[in-house]
Design a protein. Sequence first.
Length: 423
Amino acid sequence: MSESTSTVTAAAAAPKKGGGRRRLSLPVVLLIIAGGLALFSLVRVISGANDLTSVGQVSGALQLAIPIGLAGLGGLWSERAGVVNIGLEGMMIIGTWFGAWAGYQWGPWSGVLLGIAGGALGGLLHALMTVTFNVNHIVSGVAITILATGATRYLSNFTFAEAPGGSSKQSPRIDRVTDITIPGLSDGLADLQAKHWFFVSDLAGVLGGLVTNLSLLTVVALLLVPATWWILWRTGFGLRLRSCGENPVAAESLGVNVYKYKYIAVIVSGGLAGLGGAFLAIVSTGIYQEGQTGGRGYIGLAAMIFGNWMPGGMALGAGLFGFTDSLKLRGGAENVHAMLLLLAILLVAFVAWQLYKKKYTAAAVSAVVAAALFLWYVNTDRLPSQFVDAAPYVATLLVLALSAQRLRMPKADGLPYKRGQGK
């Protein structure tokens, strides 16, 4: 048994030729976080955008990032088993509808469970199409999203439209999930943040956002990130599942039921996306509205790619989008205008790194962009509303473009597989 497990481990986690990337130690990670917070504090002091790291900003960013992170986590489960899940958006849509339908009748936690079940049902359909019938993964995912959109619209006419306070495009109001606020600590951090001291107030704002009006469902969602890492990277089950995404033929030769693990991964993927949809309906808005997912399933997929198919990186990508989206909602043009200065400073650091690596063309291009952003910041006080609305998407695309060179997807991700094809 141990020999088989070790061989599967090798198949799932064999490093690339030429050596792997060095892992960062905890002190180095903490130093990077402190440096990033200091940079935000500097930009806040220069720009006067004091809401940049406020308690409300961090709390709002967290709430906006959770649905995207859950969708990204779902994509990670599926793609680590070798199945591309473009249908995450459709599974989120199913989760919003089922979450609201059960939530307004039987309470929010019933909505959460039904939202997960609805998303898992979409995952089961995607697994059936891609694993059993070998339908193209992209075609299947798009079809599920179209089916989910049409089905929920049709069902709303017979459920929400007949309910008090509902209509054909929205549900009645759903009771809130219990919020957590730590008395004393929350107020103290808010007071410290309001003093606008360099770094100290910014740290207080970040910590305050994590202990103020925090939904219990948010806590559950956050815990799913380390839980996924532990299951997929620290258990025999996870090793076998990842081997199906790296080399399913080798995994099958070692006795792994590849179909079974692919089905499990895609159903879990759908359940997580459904949970993200339920979060949107129950926690974020307290109501179901047609089209409220707003492409978050696709953004979650982008966050997963940015995170290099790893839970921690995926969470960072989701946090990035949630933060920029919260900036747009809370401070509008002023906050997004301050981000121009932040991007210019980051690009200057990137230029220095490219020069160190002797990549002069990339350094020159980055220097031109940094100069343009700095001039834009100096010569304007506010940004056009169109750019403010597009800021989260622009930031996501920029980060994906800058990180594209280090990405490595599972080797068999999206490739067709039939049982016994290695014989």
